[in-house]
Write a protein that binds this ligand. Structure first.
Ligand SMILES: Cc1cc2nc3c(=O)[nH]c(=O)nc-3n(C[C@H](O)[C@H](O)[C@H](O)COP(=O)(O)OP(=O)(O)OC[C@H]3O[C@@H](n4cnc5c(N)ncnc54)[C@H](O)[C@@H]3O)c2cc1C
Length: 462
């Protein structure tokens, strides 16, 4: 049974506060309600205490405080997790938003970043050096959660998942020790954090391999939803046989009012958002088959990589209602595309969408046991998101999302990318780590047998 924060005596709290460079936030503080907000407006948790950490020493003190006082502990990185796993009710939140730095080393094109950075802070600095680290498709997501879960994005086909580019991490373990993990030191932990989430400790820094990516060709193409079956089948073939420099995710979506032409507004489409990082001189010929399919809208051209990374940030400001469902898919057969036509034609609100992210190319060449990310053989990480600003529409978007997922799940590979899951129970977590679950469990038992770090897609040690 965990203790409530209110049952901790004031001397213990004062002593803890005196060890921190950052501040504590209590429910009685004026900033509490803003502090407890996360990206997903559907999450309404009331933690008993926040430690706003600014240094590694703060994180060590916070971990020791949480463990010694037997309280429920959550770790918050960028606060974007759909299931709200950066927060907990009544317990203690170790907030990392003050733990930020971005250091680029041009001698080997590596970049070291803080455990609380968000991706657009990293992109802004690496771009200055003509470099990029593979991350996701929305730049306001946290480095911490996205990396520890895997990291699927525009550069996955060319350079692998975010975890495939993780060289080293520094972390605070449940016993308060501070360790460096990499291919030579604490190799078991280094394996576990490349997909196993926040189960093993608080990561205070990540060191990544960056790649020479500066200007890219990118943007969306759209077809009426009635053509989704044809376009998906074509896309599957085209992308799998195309160069790894070309990637793009395929979606069912409604076009919102801005910044698209008026004739597209509020209609349902099959969209592909492209990213090409190869030789610009070969792009026109490579892309011609896409244009031959007569998209009703095509806006693909030169742009700085961070512009593509942040293209959707404005559409999806913080605080909206989000409900998530996901699965991996090995194929896009007619049985599957038929469901995309059905549910893609009945999208409940303008911002609700379905995306399929390719995990082919470099991401698929990493062995299925080399990291906890078990589905290297699946071709797509699929995700359905019900999204709307109005809490009154929460049921509507949730139901559509669940029904869409239930129709597709029988055709899936069986598990999902952990970062796209809600609180879906232990069986789903096991299915998602598949053959890697047992090894994760053994490492969890070794480093966190009492499950201090349990507010995550939890590997339960007992
Ligand atoms: C709009 C949007 C778009 C997205 N697009 C993509 C995408 O393209 N590709 C993709 O791969 N994912 C994507 N995601 C999913 C994203 O990877 C997850 O939501 C991820 O959990 C966010 O990480 P965070 O640090 O912001 O979240 P948080 O809510 O802060 O944390 C999520 C989990 O990670 C743990 N955690 C965070 N930081 C640390 C740390 N430093 N040490 C230990 N544990 C930590 C937390 O305890 C929690 O369990 C998207 C999410 C959103 C909301």
């Amino acid at each position: 049974m965990k203790k409530a924060i209110k049952d901790i005596d004031s001397d213990t709290l004062k002593s803890f506060a005196s060890q921190l460079k950052g501040r504590l936030v209590f429910p009685s503080d004026a900033t509490y309600n803003d502090t407890r907000k996360v990206y997903n407006g559907m999450i309404d948790k009331h933690p008993g205490l926040f430690a706003m950490c600014e240094t590694t020493e703060d994180v060590i003190a916070a971990v020791n405080f949480g463990r010694d006082n037997n309280i429920l502990v959550a770790i918050r990185g960028g606060g974007h997790n759909g299931a709200g796993l950066g927060l907990c009710d009544e317990g203690f939140v170790i907030d990392l938003s003050g733990l930020k730095f971005v250091d680029v080393d041009t001698t080997n094109n590596t970049v070291k970043v803080g455990g609380g950075n968000i991706w657009n802070e990293v992109d802004a600095v690496t771009h200055e050096f003509g470099l990029a680290v593979p991350s996701g498709m929305v730049s306001s997501t946290g480095v911490g959660g996205l990396t520890l879960g895997g990291g699927v994005g525009y550069l996955s086909r060319k350079y692998g998942l975010t975890i495939d580019n993780l060289l080293e991490a520094e972390m605070v373990l449940a016993d308060g020790s501070f360790v460096t993990v990499n291919a030579k030191e604490h190799t078991d932990l280094f394996w576990a954090i490349r997909g196993g989430g926040g189960n093993f400790g608080v990561v205070t820094s990540f060191k990544f391999q960056a790649h020479p990516v500066k200007m890219i060709k990118g943007g969306p193409t759209l077809w009426p939803i009635e053509r989704v079956e044809e376009i998906m089948a074509w896309y599957d073939n085209f992308l799998q046989n195309g160069p790894e420099e070309l990637s793009g995710f395929i979606a069912t979506m409604i076009i919102p009012e801005s910044p698209f032409p008026a004739e597209l507004h509020n209609k349902q489409f099959c969209a592909i958002v492209w990213c090409y990082v190869g030789d610009p001189n070969t792009f026109e010929e490579l892309f011609q088959p896409v244009l031959d399919l007569n998209p009703v809208f095509a806006h693909v051209g030169d742009m700085p990589y961070p512009a593509l990374q942040s293209m959707f940030d404005g559409l999806f400001p913080s605080g909206m209602q989000w409900y998530w469902r996901a699965d991996f898919f090995d194929t896009l057969t007619p049985d599957i595309t038929e469901q995309h036509l059905k549910f893609g034609s009945n999208i409940p609100t303008p911002l609700s969408q379905m995306h399929l992210y390719p995990i082919s190319g470099a991401a698929s060449r990493v062995g299925a046991k080399d990291t906890p990310w078990a589905y290297r053989g699946a071709k797509y990480a699929g995700v359905i998101v019900g999204v709307d600003p109005d809490p009154k529409n929460a049921d509507k978007i949730t139901n559509w999302c669940k029904e869409y997922w239930e129709a597709l799940h029988p055709y899936s590979s069986g598990g999902a990318y952990s970062n796209f899951m809600m609180n879906e129970g232990e069986d789903r977590i096991k299915a998602s780590y598949k053959h890697n679950y047992e090894r994760l469990l053994q490492i969890k038992k070794q480093y966190d047998a009492n499950n201090l770090f349990r507010v995550n897609q939890n590997i339960k040690p007992s």
